[in-house]
Ligand binder design. Sequence first.
Ligand code: A2G
Length: 385
Amino acid sequence: RYPDLTPTPPMGWNNWSYYMCDVSEKVILDNARALVRTGLAAKGYDTVTVDDCWTLKERGKSGELVPDPAKFPHGMAYIGRELHRMGLKYGIYGDAGTLTCEKYPGSLGHFQQDADLFASWKVDYLKFDGCNVPTAAGRTKEETYHDVYRQMSRALRATGRPIAFSVSAPAYFQYEGDALWHRVIGWSGEVGNLWREGRDIAVEKHTPAAKWSSIRYNFDYNAQLAALQRPGRWNDPDFLLAGDSGLTETEIHSQMALWAVMAAPLISSTDLTRLSPAALRVLGNKEIIAVDQDPLGVQGELVHHDEETAVLAKPLRGGDRAVALFNSGDTPRTVSTTATAAGLPAAHSYRVRDLTTGRTTRTTGPLTATTLAPHATALYRVSAE
Ligand code: A2G
């Protein structure tokens, strides 16, 4: 079993959703500086990950990955030094197959060599994708994925450097039946610390409607996986889109609240150098971050779910519960549950703190969000008195 390197869900920033293959030293370091300047780094967003397209299309003479000198003129160890100097952690992207999704060299046949190279650059986090993994002779697709991810997991351990391991395998099994992807998630939590499931979240160039529907899709998918997550081993429904164009403040707040109640990794992927005050407020909401990062490490479960609404409850250390009331429909609705349905003990009175407005009220049991706007989520922290 891979070491426990992520006691709480990883937080940070990744370039993919906004910049895609237009990644560079400037993009990475400008955004890293923005992470620090905005105060988001101090709130826990500490891992900066370079996604696909950072290498040349061919390996070097010794079979090594070669950073693209036009994109990374000072090389990749330099990125690590700069990030570490800013108090941040260094994440990088690789792929378990012959080629990455964007057809740059994959690590198949080079697992130890690549792990050693990443460790020599002082990498702290590896996102390991699963494009172009050819099914091995005499093995099933699942066995093949298990083999390659296990090999990379061992290679990372053999470097002696603690490198958090993000496994993309489950995303490559999502249409193949519950039993199968449940199994894949099971072994992903043995070989690594977190795993990507659901679809890739929409990227900046997609329409606002596509962005919202991808948040919806990954929410619905991830919400069913609560039982497969364990403290320290995380389901990853992909990036937070706050800051990308076209989404409303209500929608980016909903994504943040839903991801937090599901104890999902909080990985922003936008242009942080021109983040709006609204997006910064959403990403920087300390009480919502605290729900996500709660030391119990439990993913909130669905208390209620229908076509238009969902209610989730997450146990927190000390006995409180975080309760999310989500109106996924296109008309205003009142969404409600009760304290006991959300798992709180029976009591005469409960304190209800609205983590969006910061207002505290009291209830004898009913928890209601009155006429929630379309796509809005209310997130409450509820304590029995
Ligand atoms: O490659 C895949 O689609 C990744 N998805 C996505 O996040 C991004 O890294 C892209 C780059 O080519 C998964 O890892 C599931």
